[in-house]
Design a protein around this ligand. Sequence first.
Ligand SMILES: Nc1ncnc2c1ncn2[C@@H]1O[C@H](COP(=O)(O)OP(=O)(O)O)[C@@H](O)[C@H]1O
Ligand SMILES: [Mg+2]
Length: 424
Amino acid sequence: MPWIIKYRPKHVDEVVNQDKAKQALLEWLKSWDQGAPGKKSVLLHGPPGCGKTSLVEAVARTLGYELFEMNASDSRRKEDIERLAKVASQTSGLRARRKVILLDEVDGLDPRADLGGVEAILEVIRNTRNPIVMTANNPYREHLKPLRDVSEVIAMDRLRETDVVTVLKRICQAEKLQCDQEALKEIAKRSEGDLRSAINDLEAAAAFDGRVTLETVKAISTYRNRVYAPWEALRKIFSSKYVFQAREAITSTDLTPDEMKTWINEHIPSWYDNPEEAWRAYEALSRADQYFGRIVKTQNWDLLSYALDMMGPGVAFARKTYKGKFVAFKMPERIKLLAETRKSREYREALAEHLAKRLLTSKAAIKSDVIPYLRIIFTSNPKYAAGIAKAYGLTEELVTWLAGPRAKEVLSYFKKPARKSKST
Ligand SMILES: Nc1ncnc2c1ncn2[C@@H]1O[C@H](COP(=O)(O)OP(=O)(O)O)[C@@H](O)[C@H]1O
Ligand SMILES: [Mg+2]
């Protein structure tokens, strides 16, 4: 089970910081007990990964309430809204457990839709007999105003670095994991208060070599902050004036190192018409390839920065003189093939559906929290990935999609019958 789900707080006391929000939420729920709630809904807001969803879940559990949870982005269909309305309007009989409704991530509501949109939710709130908590990253979006007006608005704070470290330490202890203090601080610093990304980083670092050091953390985070389309990154690499630009560009996409290599490989000839420059660029690329090979074999992640240096700056500065040049970028043949046959979207959807059932959480949460992290693991640590695939009961198709260029390796472990042997 992914750690962000495994280590969700089970009790309000495990929710770090956020005392004001805890207090406010508990008091508001108490007002329902006394029969006269001021407002029938709460809008709980704060930056991503500060604990909005966790807080509501923990409060429900601590007070012994039954939680009905729905992601607002999953409320598009008529059946979903009707079900929500029905649950909300039911009184709990004398003996039944009290209920609280969580409508998660209402920022995702469609401003224009009548169905599953703000208007439909307002109607549910008007008729509800049970407390409704909504969450949002940004409650001040224009289209949320009507919800804001009818709700008690409760703010949660961005978590501090020390809060993040506290939670990471707790996880390290529970996992009996050797974690350097410096590494945890680095993760916390990079997370900017987002515990979700911090916990994912911790798990990814642990998956790489079984302990968490500053080096692994640095290696992992070169894979983060992917923003550019491949051709944008490619243009940045080839036209960079400084080493750092080429270096940044190389890790700024969604591509695995292997795919990036293919992209660069195919564009060297169109970028360099001078044969000697082209030769030097190919030379740098093949050096990068050797480093990647060695990393895979030895799991020595220190080599990663050399590999990336060869692939980015090494290729970019193969030129002798810089002249601004326009090159039309095209999708490499091999990748085009993969993209077409993979039907990425459908696989992502199928995987989200499968995991949502297994992990008892929403599809939206799986897509934003779990799948990106699985993709890192599946393209970098085949053996570990195969273990995850077995544990989740994934199909070969899904494994193939997740692992992309490393599908063969993951599948070879995946298909091996489980044997009792020394682990690691
Ligand atoms: N204040 C907190 N205390 C303990 N764990 C937290 C806290 N905030 C977030 N987490 C952890 O981070 C992950 C994401 O939290 P979540 O509640 O889903 O964030 P949000 O809903 O605000 O985006 C969860 O796994 C949770 O365990
Ligand atoms: Mg949430």
